[in-house]
Design a protein around this ligand. Structure first.
Ligand code: DQA
Length: 146
């Protein structure tokens, strides 16, 4: 069974209590359970990883290139300014799908720009927690088309 990695960046561990009007009231744990169930339904083994640290996210992307078929990544605010995460995505050969819970284009101006989009296979934003499931579906299409 192929393995996929779903990664959450900073502050996403507080899902459920963090700005519920924007990110919803489902807890981080329940969202991760849904992500894992969806990945399993799609025929993937799934690892979920969260870190508030840029370096830890980069290390995990590097490790994923060795044992994962692809990555669904919500890089949180790092999306908007981390050239280091962008370079890590560009360095690995597996597909990375950028996802966001909120519609980043309808919010603060600084969220309109993603420095990681150009090196990701595609972007999904604004569908709440379902953005992760949609990311997994998109990833499956890419992996199976390889
Ligand atoms: C987010 C959007 C980012 O702008 C924000 O910094 C986050 C979450 C989202 O999932 O909507 O932490 O990536």
């Amino acid at each position: 069974m192929k393995k996929v990695l779903v990664m959450h960046g900073p502050n996403l561990n507080l899902l459920g209590e963090r700005e519920p009007g924007i990110y919803g009231t489902d807890t981080f744990e329940s969202i991760n359970n849904e992500i894992t169930a969806k990945a399993n339904d799609l025929g993937f083994e799934c690892e979920v990883f969260q870190s508030n640290s840029e370096g830890a996210l980069i290390d995990k992307l590097h490790a994923a290139r060795l044992d994962c078929a692809g990555v669904v990544l919500n890089a949180g605010a790092y999306t908007h300014y981390s050239y280091a995460i962008r370079d890590a995505i560009a360095a690995i050969k597996i597909p990375v799908i950028e996802v966001h819970i909120s519609n980043v284009h309808s919010r603060d101006e600084f969220r309109n720009n993603s420095v990681i989009s150009p090196v990701c296979a595609g972007v999904i934003a604004g569908f709440g927690k379902n953005s992760y499931s949609l990311g997994l579906i998109a990833l499956k299409d890419i992996i199976e088309g390889e």
